[in-house]
Write a protein that binds this ligand. Structure first.
Ligand code: SF4
Length: 499
């Protein structure tokens, strides 16, 4: 899942990579080359889109495109869109309006700008985009960005022949997997995303992902392992395995009698890579938490003790209406199994509040489940219908004020749990992977094994290392502390045995 549809910590990032991270060793976009063309990608949505944007930048680096800081400076602008949020396409059209002015200004000054729309809105509304925004040159779906060079050439020919309104649309689900055609990825910092699975066959009734991203596809294990080794050779200390439904992974096996590997087996192999200290995966579906994957949390020290496992609701009735294929008791059982193999396992979840037909009793069931499980993090949202999904035409719409009041209640419960979880770390020493600069000068920020954001005063030499931090203060969303050990002389192996 792209974090579960509807309900992720969605963001809009500017530029090719996340703001605040550094462009680090090995990045293969040729920044600042004197005569390079400039590329600006605006990314909406989840980690999958961040990964896709980075891979599009990798593809275009081969054509000489370097990163631009602003769309106004770019020769090519890509909007990598997300269809999960409400009014997603309106936002895209409004951004396209701004780009029309920029493109026109460039043209008046004798320059040019290629405008492309990628991602899930492009997949869902390709023809409409070209009709309403004829200055768009290229519309491409999530499965075709390896064909960008060819599309740019076709768009240039179309522009020469007829000008506006002749945009190139490529929103197929091609038989050849795009990963076979992508260049080796670059790296921005010590934590790298690696896409292992795409698409979803679950068809939750509120979600557009199965329609925009297509059927489940898993990359062969050998390709994943090769990419992971490459990322580690560039300096990655942590790899986050990505998939819309990542724990449904079933890739062709690598050099074994088995035909396919599940995610647990893949993680065990990745953990053997020298220098790789941390492994995470996101986002998972409860039905795909098989025994081997649960056991890996106990057996593989590099697999971090934090799992984002969306439950969405604590009511069996609502879960059935969502077509989630499990009930609250099954979710509780999985949480127990994970904590039986790793006692410090922290869970995060997504919640949809006010799903059609949700009664006050259903909502109480959700609150009860939250109290029972105890979440380290959670993202909760009011239900809002996505056009074309079964839930968008379901009876039993909940009044908006009632949704807002249930959401506020749930969020206050979740905030209290997050704070309590974080406060449990005050006075303890926690290994932190420093992967970004802090908000203030002289600050670095990183992540604990439990995905807590940790801020410290530290000099740049700590960037990319894992160092112990003595936690002094806890807030709902972050920890602060001081460095408790000097920089490790060489990359550590995995951090400590599982509990
Ligand atoms: S259909 Fe369900 S399982 Fe699939 S991506 Fe959407 S929310 Fe996740």
């Amino acid at each position: 899942m792209t974090r579960e549809a509807q309900v992720l910590p969605f963001f809009e990032s500017r530029g090719v990579r996340n703001a605040g991270r550094r462009t680090g060793a090995g990045r293969n976009v040729r920044q600042g080359a004197a005569l390079a063309k400039k590329l600006f990608i605006k990314t909406y949505g989840c980690q999958m889109n961040v990964y896709d944007s980075a891979r599009m930048a990798d593809v275009l680096a081969k054509l000489g495109y370097a990163q631009a800081e602003e769309a106004a400076d770019a020769d090519m602008v890509i909007l990598n869109t997300c269809h999960i949020r409400e009014k997603a396409s309106e936002k895209v059209f409004s951004e396209l309006g701004r780009l029309r002015s920029l493109k026109e200004r460039k043209r008046r000054n004798g320059g040019s700008m290629v405008v492309a729309v990628a991602g899930c809105v492009a997949q869902a509304e390709g023809d409409e985009i070209v009709r309403r925004a004829p200055h768009v040159d290229i519309v491409l779906g999530p499965q075709t960005y390896h064909r960008l060079p060819e599309m740019i050439a076709r768009a240039a020919r179309a522009a020469a022949e007829g000008g506006a309104g002749r945009g190139v649309i490529d929103t197929e689900f091609p038989a050849e997997p795009k990963f076979d055609y992508l260049p080796a990825p670059g790296l921005d910092g010590p934590s790298a995303f690696l896409s292992v699975q795409e698409g979803c066959d679950k068809f939750c009734t509120f979600c557009v992902v199965p329609y925009t991203r297509g059927a489940e596809y898993s990359r062969p294990a050998a390709a994943v392992i090769a990419e992971a080794k490459h990322l580690v050779s560039l300096g990655a200390r942590e790899i986050v395995l990505l998939g819309q439904n990542v724990n449904a992974y079933h890739g062709a096996a690598s050099g074994s009698a088995a035909k396919e590997w599940g995610l647990g087996r893949l993680i065990r192999e990745l953990a053997e890579i020298d220098g790789l200290a941390r492994i995470r995966y996101t986002t998972s579906h409860p039905c795909d938490m098989d025994g081997d994957l649960v056991a890996a949390h106990g057996d593989v020290p590099a697999l971090m003790p934090f799992l984002h496992l969306p439950v969405q609701s604590g009511s069996a009735r609502v879960l059935a209406a969502m077509n989630r294929r499990y009930g609250p008791e099954a979710y509780r059982r999985i949480a127990d199994e994970l904590r039986a193999v790793r006692s410090d396992m922290a869970l995060a979840s997504d919640f949809i509040v006010g799903f059609p037909g949700e009664t006050r009793d259903d909502f109480e069931e959700t609150a009860r489940l939250v109290r029972d499980i105890g979440f380290a993090q959670a993202y909760s949202f009011k239900f809002s219908p996505r056009p074309g999904t079964p839930a968008s035409v379901m009876a039993g719409e909940i009044d908006d004020d009632e949704k807002a009041s249930r959401l506020a209640e749930l969020q206050s419960l979740i905030d209290a749990q997050q704070l309590e979880f974080n406060e449990g770390f005050v006075g303890r020493s926690v290994p932190v992977l420093f992967d970004r600069t802090g908000r203030k000068s002289g600050q670095l920020a990183g992540r604990s094994p439990h995905m807590q954001a940790v801020h410290v005063e530290a000099d740049d030499r700590y960037f990319g290392t894992i160092a112990a931090v003595k936690i002094e203060h806890a807030a709902v969303n972050s920890l602060t502390g001081g460095i408790a050990e000097t920089i490790p002389a060489k990359p550590e192996a995995a951090e400590g045995a599982a509990a």
